[in-house]
Design a protein around this ligand. Structure first.
Ligand SMILES: Cc1cc2nc3c(=O)[nH]c(=O)nc-3n(C[C@H](O)[C@H](O)[C@H](O)COP(=O)(O)OP(=O)(O)OC[C@H]3O[C@@H](n4cnc5c(N)ncnc54)[C@H](O)[C@@H]3O)c2cc1C
Length: 484
């Protein structure tokens, strides 16, 4: 506490940490906020790079528009005029030797319309014939959390898992359906599974609830989602320090002490409260001393690694520009590229600003495919170029390419994830002046991260409000607690 101002330190300057700083600012002038990030830049997984002189997202490239938190934050920090809609949301699955449209009405890859599914050719005739057995099979008992694969396979057969659900989950989590939690990754399906026998019927009902005229599902920013962190940081009024890795976190008489800097020359920072907005592994290390129960749960959250290869071709390299927003690849098809985005097709503002270029991005690597990522940048770029040539007919080499590695970047919401998060929160609830936020908890997408940031900031503002009342009584919260 300095004069009448409290000091809150946010550890981690990804979108969650920056959003937390912005929400703290909404609590009034009585809070001074410092954001510390170990990297040389803020933004974490929101990062634009230059390819052929064009700023393009190398991390998150879109934000769900049907959930308000991400878009609302962009508007609140002055980026309303920068929001851009996609030109198409038509995505495909590259499987069984061809690009095939994702069936209309699918819910995280679970089909809801048999005719639409049949028209895509994604499943073999045998796989397709298995799906409607879902309507007559005896119920699949779901009393606790189960893996997505086990439930969907039981209802609709293995091919739906392999050729539809796997690529969709791979696109979001870079994860595997036999590990990922039904409750955490498909909450609506999990809820329906408890009372609705047929998964087809449940998926149809969930798909029907999607608003028909609510505009596009996703949106982005004109210069890339990578411009959001800077705008949020500026609007937060926080002091932003990069290249500052927090190594230790200790409770003190009145708050918290953070240790940063090299071991021989540590820097100590005092704070009234702390928000830990880093991925689970560093969060676990930071909390090991003060909240060991939370730390050990955090340590159990696995992360997948991946790489994004961005390619810029002359438009004339394509006999026909690729159609749709891009495609996903099922692991069973054994291709190194797990997804490709036709950025210049998906985002018309990119094509308008750079009409001579065709920008694409390829994602490489899922959980368990780490060996693939051990190749050097040139090899990964070559894999992506060969893939794009094979799938789209692109001739020649790209004008420019860029490989961005995202090691340990996507948390895996394994079976039991929601219970684990509940245990982490219960452990932290008893610790005054500490809150957590970020992608490890309630969703990996930007809106979910922003939502955890808002909750964390509210918890800290509540705590500081009570702490102030205590201090007016001339005593610190910790002293009062000690007096019992
Ligand atoms: C390639 C890729 C594509 C994606 N695409 C999308 C998409 O299109 N749409 C979408 O909604 N989501 C997408 N996501 C997911 C989303 O981008 C992330 O889940 C989200 O940005 C995570 O934000 P965060 O603040 O929780 O964590 P991070 O972005 O990981 O930020 C954490 C920060 O903490 C810092 N840090 C770590 N340890 C310390 C320490 N000890 N001391 C100080 N600082 C530390 C790091 O340097 C980092 O800046 C994508 C993710 C990836 C990897």
């Amino acid at each position: 506490m300095e004069g009448n101002r409290c000091h809150v330190v946010v550890v981690g300057g990804g979108i969650a940490g920056l959003a937390a700083a912005w929400y703290l600012r909404q609590g009034g002038e009585g809070v001074r906020v410092t954001v510390l990030d170990g990297a040389r830049r803020i933004g974490g997984k929101l990062h634009a790079v230059e390819v052929a002189g064009v700023p393009v997202d190398a991390g998150a490239e879109a934000v769900l528009a049907r959930r308000p938190e991400g878009v609302d934050l962009a508007r609140a920090v002055g980026l309303a005029g920068e929001l851009r809609d996609p030109g198409t949301a038509r995505a495909a699955v590259l499987t069984r030797g061809a690009l095939r449209p994702l069936p209309g009405g699918q819910v995280m890859g679970v089909p809801s319309d048999l005719a639409a599914l049949a028209g895509t050719g994604i499943l073999s005739p045998g796989g397709l014939a298995r799906v409607p057995l879902d309507r007559i099979l005896s119920p699949t008992l779901v009393t606790t959390d189960v893996s997505v694969a086990s439930y969907v396979r039981a209802r609709m057969g293995g091919e739906v898992v392999e050729r539809l659900v796997e690529p969709v989950l791979g696109g979001v989590y870079a994860g595997r359906a036999d590990r990922l939690s039904l409750e955490a990754t498909m909450p609506r399906v999990a809820a329906a599974a408890r009372f609705e026998r047929s998964l087809l019927v449940a998926a149809r009902e969930i798909a029907a609830e999607a608003p028909k005229d609510a505009g596009p599902v996703f949106t982005t920013l004109r210069q890339g989602m990578g411009t959001l962190p800077g705008a949020v940081a500026a609007a937060s009024g926080a002091e932003i320090r990069t290249g500052v890795t927090v190594r230790e976190l200790h409770r003190t008489e009145n708050g918290w002490r953070l240790v940063t800097g090299p071991v021989p020359a540590p820097e100590v920072i005092e704070a009234d409260a702390v928000i830990v907005a880093v991925p689970a592994p560093p969060a676990s290390r930071l909390l090991a001393g003060e909240v060991p129960r939370a730390a050990s749960e955090l340590a159990r959250i696995a992360y997948a690694s991946m790489a994004v290869v961005t390619l810029a071709y002359p438009r004339r390299a394509f006999p026909r520009p690729p159609a749709g927003s891009g495609y996903l690849v099922p692991p069973v098809d054994g291709r190194p590229v797990k997804a490709a985005t036709f950025s210049s097709v998906k985002w018309p503002h990119l094509a308008e600003a750079h009409p001579g270029l065709l920008l694409l991005r390829c994602s490489i690597g899922r959980l368990g495919e780490e060996a693939l990522l051990q190749r050097d940048d040139a090899e990964l770029a070559a894999l992506a170029v060969a893939e794009i040539a094979g799938v789209t007919g692109a001739r020649g080499l790209p004008l420019d390419s860029r490989v961005t590695r995202w090691g340990g970047s996507l948390p895996q919401y394994d079976v039991g994830h929601l219970d684990r998060v509940a245990r982490i929160r219960a452990a932290v609830a008893g610790v005054p002046g500490l809150a957590l936020c970020g992608a490890a908890y309630d969703g990996v997408g930007v809106p979910a991260c922003v939502s955890t940031a808002r909750t964390a900031a509210a918890r800290i503002l509540d705590h500081l409000g009570s702490a102030r009342q205590w201090q007016r009584g001339d005593d610190s919260p910790r002293n009062l607690l000690k007096k019992g």
